[in-house]
Design a protein around this ligand. Structure first.
Ligand code: PEP
Ligand code: MG
Length: 324
């Protein structure tokens, strides 16, 4: 199998029915970057910046971060890198930032909520990113946005950071894209204006699924209870795809499920055309995608839903067995 994946490493990810799908990788440490070449990823669809904060015992300095982000962009060699701003809280606690003692950390003070309430760190990070880009294109994504206004406020911080850097005489990014992660069900129902304004959306399936089913992703007893291919969840994803198609919003999926070949082809069949995953999953996902007729798979999914099945997985497995 490894050899088969190596042989398709540089092939475009195109389904059997001719649909192009973009496969990107998730990363967070410098050590991940060599995988860009090795895996055949088209870019980094999710760079988890909090890992750099989690491996230290004190707050990194702006100059350190800026140097690091510049190296990430250098290693990517012009391929797109989506930098996600600090996503801490819940399961990711920094020893040097006041430990939060919350009854429900997953529903608590985390990610963009921390960034907006205590903007010092976010400002420093945005400045470091602009300096790292040093005139190159820059893509930034805010985690855990639950409502339009949080995106607007975060974007205003970015505007301010750009203005400061301009006044200081630093080169500004050639292009700047500012996206949001869709990981709370609320954001799927945000006003149309939000979908028009955001430069792109990326579904954080790990969190989105935990909140959709109200099942803690960290709790072994419940985390596997609900299938990602459950018809309710797939219908929900389909609704997001439809809204994004209406407004022309670019949409990707970057949770762990994007790296599971069967889930990945189902997402692609529902119209998700950009998937970001751990590097080792790119080969297996691409291989199955190349053998799959997405139109036929979509009909299989829709028929299973019509029949009132709970999960489309058995029907999809049958389809794949027939497909060979
Ligand atoms: C997600 O929630 O799906 C995601 C990609 O972010 P994280 O796993 O880092 O919360
Ligand atoms: Mg998340």
């Amino acid at each position: 199998a490894q050899e088969r994946y190596a042989s398709i490493r540089d092939a475009e990810a195109v389904s059997k029915c001719g649909q192009r799908v973009h496969l990107l990788m998730n990363a967070g440490l410098m050590a991940d970057l060599p995988s860009l070449e090795g895996s055949g990823a088209e870019g980094v669809g999710l760079f988890r910046t909090e890992l750099q904060f989690l491996i230290r015992n004190q707050m990194p300095r702006r100059s350190e971060l800026s140097a690091l982000y510049a190296r990430v962009l250098d290693s990517a060699g012009g391929r797109r890198v989506v930098f996600r701003t600090l996503d801490i809280g819940s399961d990711k606690v920094l020893s040097y930032m006041k430990a939060n003692d919350e009854p429900n950390p997953a529903l608590g003070w985390r990610a963009i909520r921390v960034g907006l309430d205590k903007p010092g760190v976010m400002r420093m990070q945005l400045q470091a990113l602009i300096r790292a880009a040093n005139g190159r294109p820059l893509t930034v994504m805010f985690p855990f946005v639950a409502q339009y206004d949080e995106y607007r406020q975060a974007r205003a911080e970015m505007d301010k950071a750009m203005e400061r850097e301009r006044i200081l005489g630093h080169p500004l990014p050639e292009t700047l894209e500012i996206g949001a992660m869709l990981e709370t069900p609320s954001l799927a129902f945000a006003p149309t204006k939000f979908f028009e304004e955001v430069d792109f959306l990326s579904i954080g399936g790990n969190d989105l699924k935990q909140f959709f089913f109200a099942a803690d992703r960290e709790n072994e007893r419940v985390r596997r209870r609900y299938d990602t291919l459950n018809v309710s969840f797939l219908s929900f994803l389909q609704g997001i795809v439809a809204r994004c198609n209406t407004t022309g919003t670019s949409l990707s999926f970057c949770g762990e499920d994007a790296g599971r070949p069967i889930e990945a082809i189902c997402f692609a069949a529902l119209g998700l055309r950009t998937l970001s995953m751990r590097p080792a999953s790119i080969g297996p996902v691409k291989s199955l995608l190349m053998r799959t007729d997405l139109g036929a798979l979509r009909r299989v999914i829709e028929d299973a839903r019509e029949r009132g099945e709970q999960s489309v997985r058995p029907a999809v497995m049958d389809f794949l067995r027939q497909q060979g």
